[in-house]
Design a protein around this ligand. Structure first.
Ligand code: BYC
Length: 328
């Protein structure tokens, strides 16, 4: 994600000297819920906000392959291995759709990757935590993909067409991912004492980081107001976090597992769960690159990029030869 001078703090609604008539026409289209397409005129601040969010999203998918990829060779059965392999491949595919969506806004793939590798771009905090046991793979599918779906379903109606359309397929696949994770948790929760303890330990470690995926609280979210006005975001960070808590608590109950929050309680008046305080110091430290395995994650991405340079070179050489043959 790009934190350029423009994007520090809240995104400005418009940049000086943009023609009023164009801005008005753009805002009218947003107001009537029309999609904005790549060739349409758009305010520069809208374009940069989208590049920021979509590239962060793409990086999250690609870095998000690492914690689970780590378990492919150790999956407990051939079936589990095949399913996990398919899931991790899906995440790579999501990254590709999203990089393509960002490219339609004029961002180059090379610049986006460079921003990730150099630490200038952000990616979701959740992927900076280690996967210690097989139950973590269940907890990631259940909670991390569950949180991702909660956040991404409204993005299917984001005002930028290519982003919204990419989300349609991503959400379908995430739904399969969530179910495979929950199924792993069901098997462990109904298993031996040791397996149940492993499932509970995974829930204990992933619950709070999953709540942090939705971003800072609304009163401390500099981008939300403008992004919601532009209908990029349809719901606030806190609203989506609350929905996630409300659907996850009965799922944990069904598993016979305990959510690690002593303040969690049904609030009859609100018709929602109250939940305890999130450790925002931890969130901001992880955003700043201090996550438990943050350095390993970026190092792994850089190494993959360098080790596979020959593939990019070969593709470029093939394309150059093909173009030369065509010209001849
Ligand atoms: N982690 O003003 P705010 C997946 C940053 S992967 C890191 O609320 P915004 C999966 C935020 O960027 C799916 N940074 O921002 C893959 C901003 O910084 P800048 C991942 C975070 O954009 C593999 C600052 O904090 N999903 O599903 O309005 C395996 C202030 O925040 C985080 C997406 O990427 C965070 N958690 O709202 C399994 C969804 N939260 O840029 C699963 C797309 C906030 O101003 N993104 N920050 O320097 C979004 O929906 C929004 O960008 C967010 C944040 C809700 C995340």
């Amino acid at each position: 994600m790009y934190t350029t001078e423009l994007q520090k703090g809240a995104a400005p609604a418009a940049i000086a000297n943009e023609p009023r008539a164009l801005i008005d026409a753009f805002e009218a289209r947003i107001a009537e819920d029309a999609f904005i397409e790549p060739k349409d005129w758009m305010p520069e601040a809208y374009r940069r906000t989208l590049i920021r969010q979509i590239s962060q999203h793409a990086h999250s998918e690609v870095v998000g392959m690492l914690p689970e990829g780590n378990w492919i060779t150790r999956a407990p059965s051939l079936r589990r291995k095949a399913v996990l392999l398919a899931k991790v491949q899906d995440e790579g595919g999501h990254g590709l759709y999203l990089y393509c969506a960002a490219e339609t806004l004029g961002a180059s793939r090379g610049e986006m990757i460079d921003a990730l590798h150099s630490g200038r771009a952000k990616y979701s905090t959740i992927f900076n935590y280690p996967t210690l046991t097989w139950a973590d793979i269940g907890a990631i599918g259940w909670l991390v993909d569950g949180a991702a779906i909660m956040n991404q379903v409204p993005l299917q109606r984001a005002s930028y067409g290519p982003y919204a359309r990419a989300m349609v397929r991503v959400c379908k696949e995430e739904s399969f991912h969530q179910r495979q994770g929950y199924e792993i948790m069901m098997v462990l929760a109904k298993g031996t004492d040791e397996q149940r303890a492993m499932a509970q330990d995974a829930l204990d470690r992933w619950w709070w980081p999953a709540l942090m995926m939705f971003g800072p609280p609304d009163d401390n979210s500099p981008n939300s107001e403008q992004s919601m006005r532009w209908r990029i975001k349809r719901d606030s960070n806190d609203a989506l976090r609350q929905k996630f808590v409300d659907v996850s608590v009965p799922q944990a109950d069904y598993l016979g597992l305990t959510i690690p929050d002593p303040d969690l309680a049904w609030n009859e008046a609100r018709g929602q769960y109250d939940y305890g305080a999130i450790d925002w110091d931890e969130f901001y430290a992880v955003v700043a690159g201090e996550g438990p395995v943050a350095k390993e994650r970026i190092e792994a991405r850089r190494k993959a990029w360098d080790d596979n340079a020959w593939v990019r070179d070969a593709a470029a050489a093939h394309e150059a030869r093909r173009a030369a043959r065509k010209a001849a």
